[in-house]
Design a binder for this molecule. Structure first.
Ligand code: ACO
Length: 320
């Protein structure tokens, strides 16, 4: 039995302020009915003024560390998956490392937009399997509210702020843990989902721009492929999956993938209705919810999948 990265604990944090579809309809030409019908989203959380991605990440990390029952001195690595860092540099993860009270180890950010958490899990898993790291905190944290064009009804209704985290520990001869990660990207569709600013291009932060319908078509196709890839690599079938925890972009995309797998909808974890799309934070937020409310249990097989700007896409298969 190999050395595996076992999930010891999960954590979550959502900003206090909730913005409903009705409230958005007072700002842009939209309706609750349109948003719910096209996306399944009913509300989203929005960070307070002065509340940064690192604050969200820190709260989620503390929650995960407490759930794992470990000491901060045991942590070797912190990775923050984010497309909305506090500053262009340094990495938001270094601020989280400091505020957690860590006196050693290393920390860095991973940027793969909505696929960021799955990418970060893959990176942490490889550090653990190579023996360089024993215990890692992997966080997905975003303040997309800061990069939205709040006058663009096609994008501003879709996203929210939040953070989720997991604690991973390398355990020898473990049946539990991360069984596989599969990561992909293709820059051919860079312009279908991007931010029209950046330090090197415009010197501004910029706003999120998206051709939603085209992104939708790619998402369904790529996610179906990556799920198939994860299952066949482990000689499993969809029937072996206990829980699908997908990136939460749109209820219709989630339903499409669940249906393709033939999974009972009751075994697909859905938070998009309450969180909207929190990009890299969406999977660890959904995981934390389903673990803390007792749905996901030890020994069960959990499949994560995500797709985002780049495009990037990927999966992680975990024996809980
Ligand atoms: N309220 C009311 N009407 C709207 C709104 C809104 N908020 N936004 C767009 N419309 C209008 C459009 O202007 C258009 O009007 P028209 O027919 O008069 O031109 C009409 O609604 C239909 O617009 P479409 O964009 O074709 O609507 P669609 O059914 O494709 O839904 C959506 C749009 C929800 C963005 C969908 O394409 C989608 O979810 N795409 C995936 C995008 C996504 O999830 N991206 C996240 C990052 S990538 C990822 O995480 C997978």
């Amino acid at each position: 039995m190999p050395l595996r990265s076992v999930v010891l604990g999960c954590g979550a944090y959502l900003p206090r302020r909730i913005v409903t579809n009705e409230e958005l309809a007072t700002r842009v030409d939209t309706t609750d009915e349109w948003i719910v019908q096209r996306t399944g989203i009913k509300q989203r959380h929005v960070a307070a003024e002065g509340e940064f991605t690192s604050d969200l990440a820190l709260a989620a990390a503390r929650d995960a560390v407490a759930h794992a029952g470990i000491g901060v001195d045991e942590i070797d690595l912190v990775i923050v998956a984010t497309a909305t860092p506090d500053n262009t540099f340094p990495a938001t993860a270094t601020r989280v490392q400091h505020k957690l009270g860590m006196a050693r180890g290393f920390a860095f950010d991973v940027q793969a937009v909505c696929s960021g958490f799955v990418y970060a899990l893959g990176v942490a898993d490889n550090f653990i399997k190579s023996g360089q790291v024993k215990t890692a905190v992997v966080i997905g944290a975003e303040t997309f509210s800061r990069i939205l064009d709040w006058t663009d009804r096609q994008t501003c209704v879709l996203f929210g702020d939040g953070a989720g985290a997991v604690v991973l520990r390398g355990e020898e001869a473990s049946e539990r843990g991360i069984l596989s990660t599969h990561l992909h990207s293709d820059g051919d569709n860079y312009d279908l989902l991007y931010v029209d600013g950046g330090p090197s291009s415009t010197g501004t932060v910029g706003h999120l721009r998206m051709e939603g319908r085209k992104v939708f078509v790619h998402a369904v196709q790529r996610l179906a492929e990556v799920v198939e890839e994860a299952l066949s690599a482990q000689q499993l079938t969809a029937r072996d999956i206990d829980w699908l925890v997908p990136h939460q972009a749109n209820k219709r995309i989630i339903d499409g993938v669940g249906k393709k797998l033939g999974l009972d909808a009751a075994h697909v974890v859905v938070t998009v209705d309450r969180h909207a799309n929190t990009s890299a934070a969406s999977i660890p937020l959904a995981l934390a919810e389903a673990v803390h409310d007792g749905r996901i249990k030890r020994g069960e097989l959990v499949l994560l999948e995500a797709m985002g700007g780049g495009f990037t896409w990927g999966s992680a298969l975990i024996r809980w």
